[in-house]
Design a protein around this ligand. Structure first.
Ligand code: 4AD
Ligand code: MG
Length: 443
């Protein structure tokens, strides 16, 4: 049964004039009582297949003729080079078998017109039918680009000898503030779903020094924006003997490496969704400027945006700020009052912390958040107390400083956000198979 031939390879010219057995799903079907033109698709592409009654026999022909869209079939035949056929090849079928029929009472619900009405996967209907929407060409394209982004992240860190490291998802304390914590009942106690791997990675600094992960993080985000999920994929890194600037160098190199990989591996996919490849080449090749938070606030105020010094930048503000960026920009030195306790206070001015966000252009905004950590025992105790955070859930974190603390830092990159930005998606939901937000946990 194992599949030997892939439509993508056939269309690439690997099997010209040769007999192949293609396994896939019917994307379109038309024809007469003697000849059928089937557009067959598999995960690698589509090809037109010509099925003649004379060639396959009456019984098989009837089955194919009565087959509806999305029925799965095995078609065997000779690959013909044909300039006029889409993709340049056509299969002249000699035998046909329907494997998984689609019954006439239950035709495939996602039609061309439903797709056009949705224009990118946004309607409730398509979200309700997500399990079926997965097989449409736009979604499979997004999932392939997504896979390349994950691969690029693993390669970047592994090439630099970082250790992949795993933290628990059930945790006792917040990382990124209490307002987005998911509470979970836990044998009569209350625990939370993790917002970030970071604190547990910091505990391993003296053990492994260079760490990364790609794992889900959870945020009880009530706001439904084009860039927020309640469960998202988080690529995080942590490195010892490093400061804010060193961490930014990694962030820049990683994002540029992702852009480069996507261009190399997914050029055709990006073209098929009308993505401008020059933009991605620019993101891969250009350095990313660094500006201070204060400058960004002044720019926004100059644009008439209502923002006060000390506020974190929300999506509406980042959108305006990044509209005219030609490449991603780092924003550094946020006010201490805008950030969680773990950020290290700037020794040169204690109003600020040594942190950074990387903001993607084209209005996408924050894709990375990171910085230097408060690494001395004295400073971390002072920061925890100053923020009014209880010490108890963080005792393990404090211990890391008590026993040989070292300067270190790291960042978190929202993988879904990066895929959304690089593919030019309108909404983060378009790039994850089963999106979770405040209103939807099904299918
Ligand atoms: O800026 P955040 O909250 O930073 C942290 O969690 C740090 N502990 C990371 C670290 O230093 N190890 O989240 C990091 C990134 C954001 O820049 C964003 O790209 C993504 O995670 N992110 C989300 N992506 C999708 N949906 C959400 N609700 C997200 N919240 C954060
Ligand atoms: Mg952030």
């Amino acid at each position: 049964m194992a599949k030997e031939f892939w439509i993508g390879d056939v269309q690439a010219g690997d099997h010209d004039g040769v007999e192949v057995e293609l396994m896939g799903w019917i994307k379109r079907t038309r024809g007469s009582n003697k000849i059928r033109f089937i557009v067959l698709r598999d995960s690698t592409g589509t090809i037109q297949c010509v099925v003649k009654k004379d060639a396959v026999g009456e019984e098989a022909f009837e089955e194919i003729k009565n087959s509806l869209i999305e029925a799965s079939v095995i078609l065997k035949g000779i690959v013909n080079v044909d300039e006029r056929a889409p993709g340049g090849h056509e299969l002249v079928v000699s035998s046909a078998e329907v494997v998984g029929a689609v019954r006439p009472e239950t035709p495939f619900p996602i039609t061309q017109s439903a797709m056009q009405a949705a224009d990118g996967g946004e309607t409730e209907f398509l979200l309700d039918n997500r399990h079926l929407y997965l097989r449409t060409s736009r979604m499979t394209t997004m999932l392939k680009i997504r896979s390349s982004v994950f691969g690029a992240i693993h390669s970047y860190f592994r090439d630099l000898k970082f250790t992949e490291y795993h933290a628990p998802n059930f945790v006792a304390g917040a990382v990124e503030g209490g307002s987005t914590l998911f509470e979970v009942p836990y044998f009569g106690k209350k625990v939370y779903l993790t917002q970030s791997w970071q604190l547990y990675a910091e505990a391993a600094m003296p053990a492994l020094e260079r760490l990364y992960t790609i794992a889900p993080s959870f945020r009880a985000e009530k706001s439904r924006t084009r860039r927020h999920l309640t469960e998202f994929w988080h690529a995080e890194m942590e490195v010892a003997w490093a400061g804010n600037s060193d961490i930014m160098e990694h962030g820049e190199a990683l994002v540029r490496n992702i852009a480069k990989t996507v261009l190399e591996e997914r050029e055709d996919d990006l073209k098929s969704i009308d993505r401008d490849l020059d933009l991605i080449a620019r993101y891969a090749d250009s350095p990313y400027p660094r500006i201070r938070y204060d400058e960004a606030v002044e720019t926004l105020q100059g644009l008439g945006v209502d923002i006060e010094w000390g506020q974190d930048l929300d999506y509406s503000k980042e959108k305006i700020l990044t509209q005219d960026f030609d490449v991603p920009h780092f924003l550094t030195h946020y006010p201490k009052i805008a950030k969680p306790f773990y950020h290290r206070v700037d020794p040169e001015d204690d109003k600020y912390v040594l942190c950074h966000d990387l903001l993607a252009p084209e209005g996408y905004g924050e894709i990375v958040g990171g910085g230097e950590r408060t690494w001395s025992e004295q400073e971390i105790l002072a920061r925890i107390d100053e923020e009014g955070v209880p010490r108890e859930p963080y005792q393990f974190y404090i211990d890391t400083r008590t026993y040989g603390g070292v300067p270190h830092g790291g960042f978190g990159l929202g993988v879904d956000r990066v895929v959304s930005w690089l593919s030019g998606a309108d909404h983060i939901r378009e790039v994850i198979p089963f999106p979770r937000d405040s209103r939807r946990v099904t299918p």
